[in-house]
Design a protein around this ligand. Structure first.
Ligand SMILES: [Zn+2]
Length: 484
């Protein structure tokens, strides 16, 4: 018998069973020690504030991956055997040096004019000429651009309108696009084009900065009244400078799974990225935002891998790039690594480290996302704090993409404070016993939820959403005024 055959019986044991061996103490002091350690690692100097796309974020991700492995979670990243869901993200920065002068008079950036995604970066000065609609379609006998070579060094004003009869003719569709019209103008010597027409069907595409396929010329867009003014000023000197900073970054979600053989899965998520460094190089540690929630998510993973049940599987996700606009959670919803239809609900932990800061209150938001939530929250014991329920599911943390995908969600937090998004959000400001209480409550809430056969999705009323937004903005304004 050869060695490979001898090894086979071991391979027959499902990986999920092999991974179940680890158990974690529920002793209060032990939990506290683990929370302190996890936060201390995530909010340490070496992770440099965990800005998405930086080495600091990757270090944080590998720490989380190592913890998921130690807990015995199953990898649910993009590739088999990996906890990491790595993805590319394009970032666009609009630089202040962008300008557009007509005979020395400046137009207002983002009001009078904007830069289109077709534009290269660069500076040019040229005469304003009218290119009508900029159409060059020889097979239809149409040529609206000067072919005598007089476009050299000019900026061509192009109305993006096209007659219906031409749009209906699919054989010339490629010759109607702004890109093609710009190409024709550049081939005839123009330095760039100035598009206008608010009703153009191509406008959305013109501002799709996720595309990096630019043209070798300048392409700006003006509003209708500026277009009228330019038409009155043909022959004037246009001075246009365009500067867009494009950056491609790699972001990383970290995803682990407990397979209990159930038909449904509960998702527990927390973003682990933060703001990185201030302009002066000082670190935004993000201890509360959101090392606290990330440590809470790890602790819940330890709890549910120790206390197995057969009703639910569990998916734990540490989201990347929340601070860049919920990028990681949106990416997961667009590229899920389990079927979204099996998700029973999602719990989001974001800033759970300041219990007592604004009263002894835990805020539970998005309660309106299922009609079952009020009963389940009522059935779940909590001794050391009171609960503030908020119906609305506002789009300022990672529960939002799940909610929008039709999944019931709850968002736990202990509120905003004066250290929020500053360099003073440090690990010594956290209430670790309070965190443990919030985590315990979330774990017990899962048990309470098991009594319901279905947690049905409910769309929060527009009125609740709007009034919560207004409340949030007033609170944020008050907070900005107090810290200044
Ligand atoms: Zn934040």
């Amino acid at each position: 018998m050869n060695r490979i055959l001898l090894l086979l019986p071991a391979l027959w044991i499902p990986f999920s069973l092999l991974a179940q061996g680890v158990s974690f103490s529920s002793d209060k002091d032990t939990i506290r020690t683990r929370l302190v350690r996890d936060v201390a690692v995530l909010a340490s100097d070496s992770l440099q504030g965990r800005e998405a796309g930086t080495v600091g974020e990757w270090k944080a991700a590998t720490y989380l991956g190592s913890q998921f492995r130690a807990i015995g979670l199953l990898p649910k990243g993009n590739e088999a055997g990996s906890f990491y869901q790595r993805f590319q993200n394009f970032q666009v920065g609009f630089h202040g040096s962008t300008h557009f002068l007509v005979d020395g008079n400046a137009l207002i950036y983002r009001e009078d004019f904007g830069v289109t995604a077709l534009s290269k970066n660069g500076h040019a000065i040229g005469l304003l000429v009218d290119g009508s609609q900029g159409l060059v379609i020889p097979e239809k006998g149409i040529d609206q651009l000067d072919s005598s070579g007089n476009l050299k060094g000019t900026f061509v004003l192009i109305d993006l309108h096209v007659d219906r009869t031409l749009i209906r003719d699919t054989s010339i569709a490629t010759k109607l696009t702004p890109r093609y019209r710009m190409k024709m103008a550049l081939e005839r010597g123009a330095s760039g084009v100035i598009f206008w027409n608010p009703d153009s069907p191509w406008n959305k595409k013109l501002f799709d900065f996720q595309s990096t396929d630019t043209m070798p010329g300048i392409a700006v867009y003006v509003n209708s009244s500026i277009a009228e003014r330019l038409k009155q000023n043909l022959g004037a000197l246009a001075d246009i400078n365009v500067r867009i900073d494009r950056k491609t970054s790699i972001y990383t979600n970290v995803i682990g799974y407990i397979d209990n053989g159930a038909i449904r899965t509960i998702v527990v998520g927390a973003h682990f990225d933060h703001l990185g460094l201030k302009n002066d190089g000082r670190i935004c540690y993000g201890a509360d935002d959101n090392a606290s929630g990330t440590a809470g998510m790890l602790e819940m993973a330890r709890y549910f891998s120790t206390h197995r049940d057969t009703l639910n599987n569990y998916l734990f996700i540490a989201f990347s790039a929340e601070e860049k606009g919920l990028v990681g959670s949106n990416y997961f919803i667009a590229h899920p690594t389990i079927s979204l239809s099996e998700i029973r609900f999602m719990l989001n932990l974001d800033m759970i480290g300041r219990l007592g800061c604004a009263g002894n209150i835990v805020k539970i938001e998005a309660v309106g996302s299922s009609s079952e939530w009020r009963r389940i929250i009522r059935d779940t014991q909590h001794h050391s704090f009171s609960i503030k329920r908020v119906s609305a599911a506002l789009p300022y943390s990672d529960h939002s993409p799940f909610y929008k995908a039709g999944i019931p969600v709850l968002f736990f937090n202990t509120g905003l404070h004066e250290d929020y998004h500053t360099i003073t959000d440090k690990l010594n400001t956290l209430n670790y016993d309070g965190m443990a209480e919030v985590i315990r409550f979330a774990e017990d809430l899962v048990a309470s939820s098991d009594k319901a056969s279905k947690i049905s999705y409910h769309k929060v009323s527009a009125l609740s959403q709007t009034s919560a937004w207004i409340g949030f903005l007033i609170q944020a304004l008050g907070w900005i005024l107090t810290i200044n």
